[in-house]
Design a protein around this ligand. Sequence first.
Ligand SMILES: C[S@@+](CC[C@H](N)C(=O)[O-])C[C@H]1O[C@@H](n2cnc3c(N)ncnc32)[C@H](O)[C@@H]1O
Length: 232
Amino acid sequence: MGKPAQKRLVRKLDLERFLSQIEPHPSPRASLEQYTISEVIAASMLYLAAYVNDDVVGKNVLDLGCGTGRLALGAAFLGARSVVGIDIDKVAIRSAWTTSKKFGFRGVQWIVGDISAVTGTFNTVLQNPPFGVQKRAADRKFLEKALEVGAKVYSLHNHPSTDKQLVKQLRADKGCLLQVAPSPFLERFVEKHGGSVEAVYALLMTIPRMFDFHMKAKHDFVVDLYILKRHS
Ligand SMILES: C[S@@+](CC[C@H](N)C(=O)[O-])C[C@H]1O[C@@H](n2cnc3c(N)ncnc32)[C@H](O)[C@@H]1O
């Protein structure tokens, strides 16, 4: 991986600081839903995976639809044994590659390509896929691939409803996770593809105005983090 694996627990604030230095996509395309994950959400997701569930340190990690690499590089920063990031967009991969070089993570493997090309097995898949806002059900293909190649999967999805009370609770504590019920549809989908839902947490994602159809300077919305296990 270039850098030695982190033996000591990394503070969440230090992880957020590191992630905030990873540039968002310089020219995002709405059709590919190229929203860069906020450093706060990425840190919460990585922290849970690494320090609550022991799914990152010393593990083989795959980031599907890695964009500029916040999840992949976060996993490398925490001490993953190997990390692969794949994205269909070469601009995103070039940015991820430049950042990994800058921080000395020379061993992270970056691939330009469609996720359908991924083969092999990974301990852990981390993904923030397109939610299917532009192309219906775009996240399903990511879930299928993640469950095919990963033993554990951390996957972000749109929260199914606008729950004002939930938004209020999440706003009160930046970066907090609240356990919620899985969507019955996604739960069935995961089971059909050989996995089960271990837990689902709601988080508040904030993104800046990026596209012409965005009306506000920044947008808060609830995302659900699914933790999935593949049955071996
Ligand atoms: C919501 S963005 C997330 C980017 C990054 N993971 C992050 O969280 O900052 C989704 C990413 O998936 C990529 N993508 C969409 N369809 C893809 C496909 N079929 N194969 C590979 N990457 C894809 C997009 O280019 C985009 O970078």
